[in-house]
Design a protein around this ligand. Sequence first.
Ligand code: ZN
Length: 313
Amino acid sequence: MNAVDVVISEVGPRDGLQNTKSFMPTAAKKAWISAEAAAGVREIEVCSFVPAKLIPQFIDAEEVLAHANAILGLTAVVLVPNLKGCERALAAGARRVTVPISVSEAHSKSNVRKTTAQAIDDFARMIDLAKSQAGAQRAQLVGACSTAFGCSLQGAVAEDDVVRVAVALRDAGADAISLADTVGYANPEQVKRLFRKVRKAIGEDFNIEAHFHNTRGLGLANALAAYEAGVRNFDSTLGGLGGCPWAPGASGNVVTEDLVFMFESMGVRTGIDIGKLIEVRRTAFAALPDAELYGHIAKAGLPKGYQALSRAV
Ligand code: ZN
């Protein structure tokens, strides 16, 4: 496999589908994941281990994860909201698990009915659970600081609070930390400042990831700002699938194909074949007719004479 400069993690099958109205059939989810992996995407967040009565979209989480785990060269990621979800995910063979912890107390209480401190304690229990698994097989846990750039309930979120939560998650044993702009409030200056602060606090070499939504149109600008602050791991969704439950009609995550185009045209290798990726966008959502898609490059086409750095083999 060729070297890459940044890892782009497709989170559409989780973050995107979590916010779409209709159920995507299991076979269509599997085909989507396989096709993106074949286009060179190395990491895909494939489902969420939440009770099916809360989010019916993920009723097939076990089956989708098993499919993704069998794809050579792909890191399948799952999201879990709590310890029970983590137990289910690990039993299903999850190797990389995203655990959102709201920095905003108001968001934490409304989302998981816990204070931020209680959610961090829960995260430590999940780490213990993962550690109880056999050595090299141990699942990696990503502590995701959600609402890190602002919260639709609380408003502003103090940067010192984000740093404190990130350090607590590292100390609890996180394998990586993610800063998430859950509601699309971030701006590039804030992104640069906060990632620098957090990297300084948790260690410049510690794995740190960025999760941006394009709710207010600043997704790509924020991704670039994070890149300039040293971040090399980015979440995005194909076609910007997602929307925002707090802002009806607003666009979803950063658009994967636009993000790949930005990096590759800057000379930053993603390992992703953008032509194939655009093709996946055309086919993946046939089973989801009411999906709203966003993004520029799939509509405008690549510039004349464009030289891709990465091609799928
Ligand atoms: Zn998100």
